[in-house]
Design a protein around this ligand. Structure first.
Ligand code: KIV
Ligand code: NA
Length: 264
C-alpha cells in the first residue's frame, strides 16, 4: 500500500479523527510502529539525547540524523517519515533550510521535515513549501532554543500565548501542513487547534489537539525521569534489566547455551 500523505492528515482533521505520532530512530522499532498503524513517524532531533547521549538537542547534526532517517524509511512502508531539521541547519537562510531538507529527502528518503519557531522561520517555511517540501512546524517549548527560554518549562502563558497564536496562523499561511505544540496550556492549544485548518500535534499540550506525539523511549518506560506530560505504556527499563541480568547469570553459571541452542 501507499504511504500516508499530507492530504490524508488534512482529511482526518476534517473528519474530526485524532491520530498518534511517535519518534523512531532505527529500522526495527520503525517497523513495529508502522505495522501497528502509526501514520506519522518522526525522526526527532531528540536523537541527540536518546540515541547519542547528549544532554540537549543542540549538538546533533544533519550528518548524525541522516542515517537514522534512512533506517526509519527502510523499516517502514506505510507511515509518513518526518525528519527534524537540527539546530543550525536552517536558521541562517531559506537557502540553508532548502539544502538541509534536500539532503534528508534525497539521501534518506524523508517525506517531510520539521523545524522549530514562529515568525523568524517564515521565510524558510515558504521557501521549503514552494520547493515541494512538506513542513511540520513546532511552537511552544522549542528545545533548540532552551538557552533563550531558560529551561524546559511551560510556554505560552499570558501575553506570550497571543504571540504563539499569531505565529501559528502565520505558519499555516506560509504553508506548513501541521504544527507541533509542546508544553503549552491546554486552553491555548485548544484555541490554536480550532483556529487552524491544519492539524495540531500536542506534546504536553492537553487533550484538544488533533494528534499526540511522544518520544518512544518515554512512552515505553526507558527514560529514567520523564516529564509530567508522559504516560508510560510499558516498563522496558525494568524488563531489559531483568533480561540482561538473566543472560549474564546464565552465561556465568553455564546454563546458556543449552542443547537446543547448540549445533551438533
Ligand atoms: O525531537 C523530537 O522528538 C520532537 C518531538 C518530541 C515533537 O521534536
Ligand atoms: Na525535535
Amino acid at each position: 500500500g501507499r504511504r500516508v500523505t499530507v492530504r490524508d492528515l488534512m482529511a482526518a482533521k476534517e473528519r474530526g479523527e485524532r491520530w498518534p505520532m511517535v519518534t523512531a530512530y532505527d529500522a526495527m522499532t520503525a517497523g513495529v510502529f508502522d505495522r501497528a498503524g502509526i501514520p506519522v513517524l518522526l525522526v526527532g532531533d531528540s536523537a541527540a539525547m536518546v540515541v547519542y547521549g547528549h544532554d540537549s538537542t543542540l549538538p546533533v547534526t544533519v550528518d548524525d540524523l541522516l542515517p537514522l532517517t534512512a533506517a526509519v524509511v527502510r523499516g517502514s512502508s506505510r507511515a509518513m517519515v518526518v525528519a527534524d531539521l537540527p539546530f543550525g541547519s536552517y536558521q541562517s537562510s531559506p537557502q540553508q533550510a532548502l539544502e538541509s531538507a534536500a539532503r534528508f529527502m534525497k539521501e534518506a528518503g524523508a517525506h517531510a521535515v520539521k523545524l522549530e519557531g514562529g515568525h523568524r522561520v517564515l521565510p524558510q517555511v515558504e521557501a521549503l513549501v514552494s520547493a515541494g517540501v512538506p513542513v511540520m512546524a513546532h511552537l511552544g517549548l522549542t528545545p533548540q532554543s532552551v538557552n533563550v527560554l531558560g529551561g524546559y518549562r511551560v510556554q505560552g502563558r499570558g501575553q506570550s500565548g497571543e504571540e504563539l497564536m499569531a505565529d501559528a496562523k502565520d505558519l499555516e499561511r506560509a504553508g506548513a501542513f501541521s504544527l507541533v505544540l509542546e508544553c503549552v496550556p491546554a486552553d491555548l492549544a485548544q484555541r490554536v487547534t480550532t483556529s487552524l485548518a491544519i492539524p495540531t500535534i500536542g506534546i504536553g499540550a492537553g487533550a484538544a489537539t488533533d494528534a499526540q506525539v511522544l518520544v518512544w523511549q518515554d512512552l515505553m518506560g526507558l527514560t529514567p525521569r520523564p516529564a509530567r506530560f508522559v504516560k508510560r505504556y510499558s516498563d522496558l527499563a525494568t524488563e531489559m534489566d531483568r533480561a540482561i541480568r538473566a543472560f549474564a547469570d546464565d552465561v556465568t553459571s553455564g546454563a546458556f547455551p543449552a542443547q537446543e541452542h547448540t549445533y551438533t
